[in-house]
Design a protein around this ligand. Structure first.
Ligand SMILES: Nc1ncnc2c1ncn2[C@@H]1O[C@H](COP(=O)(O)OP(=O)(O)OP(=O)(O)O)[C@@H](O)[C@H]1O
Ligand SMILES: [Mg+2]
Length: 245
């Protein structure tokens, strides 16, 4: 069976005029089972770059990226556009909600852009908001919601097309620690309930306990992989701290 995600020997170099910044060099990782996995590593290690490549937002310079049997690095612009719209959901640190739209309108916007009939949009959007515990917030604009509520709206939006892969880049970077715990638990529950795969980028060691597997990224490559259930609490804390330094 095809792996859910397979990243092989990926290199990504940013070019800023004459300057070159190597963000990934030989990054390799594989996800074979649905679940909630994390990519952890210090600032600048290449986490966002790797997630953007997985989300089809950018292309690698070398190496291959396969999601659900499809080589993203070989897709043309239209193929990549279709992949981004329907087969992957992305959640960002800044929530990226549109301030003039209600929670429900934000959640259903990708459906509007993709031609989803309005009745289906509304039904799915309301069901997702209810699932996020936000049924009574459907008509609120983002500035009337707490940070945790805004991020749950963003998660609902990412789920509109029920994609098999959900990506989250530092989803709790703007949230306090109690709210962060709720979001990590929510992502873990989603993966378990839907049989989907959630890949979260974070540098917060406290997130690791909610995950199944942690990939450690350092200087643009995966240097360590561990399964959370194999470690006791002290060992997990020690390993996860590597994300900070
Ligand atoms: N658009 C860009 N242009 C030039 N360099 C970039 C660009 N995006 C990232 N970089 C550089 O690539 C390297 C990896 O960046 P990346 O954002 O992937 O790291 P990160 O692990 O997500 O860091 P953080 O934890 O701070 O978000 C860094 O040296 C960064 O400065
Ligand atoms: Mg980043």
């Amino acid at each position: 069976m095809d792996p859910i995600v397979s990243i092989d020997d990926v290199t990504k170099v940013y070019r800023l005029g004459p300057r070159r910044v190597t963000a990934l060099q030989g990054a390799t990782l594989r996800i074979d089972r649905p679940g909630f996995d994390a990519i952890m590593g210090p600032s600048g290690s290449g986490k966002s770059t790797l997630l953007h490549l997985l989300g089809g937002l950018d292309r690698p310079d070398a190496g291959s990226i396969q999601v659900g049997g499809e080589r993203l690095d070989r897709l043309g612009e239209r193929g990549l556009d279709a992949y981004r719209r329907r087969r992957v959901g992305i959640v960002f640190q800044q929530f990226n909600l549109i301030s003039t739209l209600t929670a429900l309108e934000n959640v259903t916007l990708p459906g509007l852009l993709d031609g989803m009939p309005s009745g289906v949009r509304r039904e799915r959007g309301l069901a997702l908001l209810e699932r996020m515990g936000l049924a009574d917030r459907a008509g609120h604009r983002p500035d009337a919601l707490s940070g945790g509520e805004q991020q749950r709206v963003a998660v609902a939006r990412a789920l509109l097309f029920a994609p098999p892969l959900i990506l989250a880049d530092e989803p709790t970077g703007n949230l306090d620690s109690a709210t962060s715990e709720q979001i990590w638990q929510l992502l873990a529950d989603l993966a378990a309930a839907d049989g989907s795969t959630v890949v979260m980028v974070t540098h917060e060691p406290a997130a690791a306990v909610h995950c199944r597997r942690v990939f450690m990224l350092r200087d643009g490559r995966i240097t360590e992989t561990f399964d959370v259930e194999d470690l006791d609490a002290a060992e997990l804390a020690t390993r996860a701290q590597h994300a900070r330094s």
